[in-house]
Design a protein around this ligand. Structure first.
Ligand code: IDP
Length: 149
């Protein structure tokens, strides 16, 4: 099953949006494979956002992502990588369509509520940064027969 790494960022936790955001992914039909409330350390932030080291917004990004607890998730399902990116909306909430999480709950790019992997490869890289393989559960749900032909 395709998997993606998702994070409800510190602003999402502080603004009491965890339940609403989780409900969206659940109702879509994506399967919750792993979940934890945690703090992102400076070291984790550098690993996760390695591609952005040196960019002007990088120090602010590290400050933001380490500023409070986050919810880290692994979600599974057919097409889940692209599907969750679409549900999250454009990186900058100012450009994110209404109906997307960033479009509905965010204002500025530096407080954009959620993260999701942008490809199957980056999903596997990010999952390995945040989770041990034994923390990721494989299980059947009866509803699968109602989601997949
Ligand atoms: P993504 O989160 O939609 O994949 P990326 O371009 O990978 O977007 O950027 C990673 C994160 O860095 C964004 O989600 C956002 O929190 C932050 N970020 C990106 N560009 C800017 C910027 O120009 N100013 C402030 N923060 C930014």
């Amino acid at each position: 099953m395709e998997r993606t790494f998702v994070m409800i960022k510190p602003d999402g936790v502080q603004r009491n949006l965890v339940g609403e955001i989780l409900a969206r992914y659940e109702k879509k039909g994506y399967k919750l494979l792993a979940m934890k409330l945690m703090r992102v350390t400076e070291e984790l932030a550098h690993q996760h956002y390695a591609e952005h080291v040196g960019k002007p917004f990088f120090p602010g990004l590290v400050e933001y992502i380490t500023s409070g607890p986050v919810v880290a998730l692994v979600l599974g399902g057919k097409g889940v990588v692209a599907g969750v990116r679409a549900m999250n909306g454009a990186t900058n909430p100012a450009n994110a369509a209404p109906g997307t999480i960033r479009g509905d709950y965010g204002i500025e790019v530096g407080r954009n509520v959620v993260h999701a992997s942008d490809s199957v490869e980056s999903a596997e890289r990010e999952i390995a940064i945040y989770f041990k393989e034994e923390e990721i559960l494989a299980y059947e749900k009866n509803v699968d027969a109602w989601l997949y032909e």
